[in-house]
Design a protein around this ligand. Sequence first.
Ligand SMILES: Cc1ncc(COP(=O)(O)O)c(C=O)c1O
Length: 367
Amino acid sequence: MTRSLDDLASPYLRGLIPYSPGKPIQEVERELGIRESVKLASNENPLGPSPMALQALRDALPEIHRYPDGSGHRLRHALAGHWHVAPDQLILGNGSNELLELVARCFLLPGDEAVYAEQAFVVYDMVAQVTGAKKVMIPLKDFTHDLDGMHAAISPRTKLVFVGNPNNPTGTALPARALEAFLESVPSQVLVVLDEAYYEFLPPDVTPDALRFVRDGRLLLVLRTFSKIYGLAGLRIGYGIGPPALIALLNRAREPFNTSSLAQAAATAALGDVAHVARTRAVTEGGRKFLSEACRALGLAVVPSVANFLLVDVGRPGPATADALLRHGVIVRPMVGYGFPTHLRISIGTPQENERCLAALKAVLGK
Ligand SMILES: Cc1ncc(COP(=O)(O)O)c(C=O)c1O
């Protein structure tokens, strides 16, 4: 009897749709024969990495024949000081994406349930799918997590709840009080994974204090990343903050050298570059205001965002519009896969990039 590869592989892989990343600029330019395009498709930092991180990388290069410090001692201690938590409350990941994967692998078995929003970062769905757990997806309400609906969906079989705040792809944030009340109300045997990849962009009035729950020993894993405001997406480094027992458990299944020495060095330096973070915030806030107002002036509906990207309803099929924008050298993301057939997700760029994007939108939409 011969078995096909599909029969050999885990049956849970059959329903898995591979993640589709934004195309690299070079590839788009080569394919379309265009130059100087702008990539506003992956919510990266348009100012680039911190100069201090670049210097730390240069300093770390001569040692790359050595394995990294698997536990990331120096970076964990720097993060512990930064967030007023203990170093054993921190775990590093090859991007926060790896920690999403790790947490699902450590907790979910077939028959268990994971609850998350239907239009949230697609990786929650992917990591749950691979485990064979039941995926309980709750539609957004007004482009924001429906926390009541999510709470009502928690059953005795629920092991994990994923919450993205700010949410990707909508850019919306939950009111801080509502999120904190939700964290308080989730049954204590359910692990909440609070994905705060865009945390540093939050305005003070909607910044929740989730770490308070971690310090109180609640079953909560807060995920953050160096890929967004810190501009280190290519290095792949993020971190999780949770109670020591949870972190110890995740460490058991973690790959021994999951984050590189270069990533650790750059992240430690980037964490200390407050000026770069402040510059990025300012450019993001200015660009977000500019692009939102300009899109609204074109008659397009823009979801109010607190993150470094905007979800814009272009009122016509998103993929064709994104393709047309590509020909003008502007790379954005259609959002059909998220159930938004006429929306585009546009990352905030530099002022020049935002102008380019607006001009291309006007041309493509005939406005
Ligand atoms: C909401 C959210 N969470 C997590 C990630 C993963 O980021 P990284 O793995 O680069 O840390 C992303 C990346 O786009 C995201 O948008």
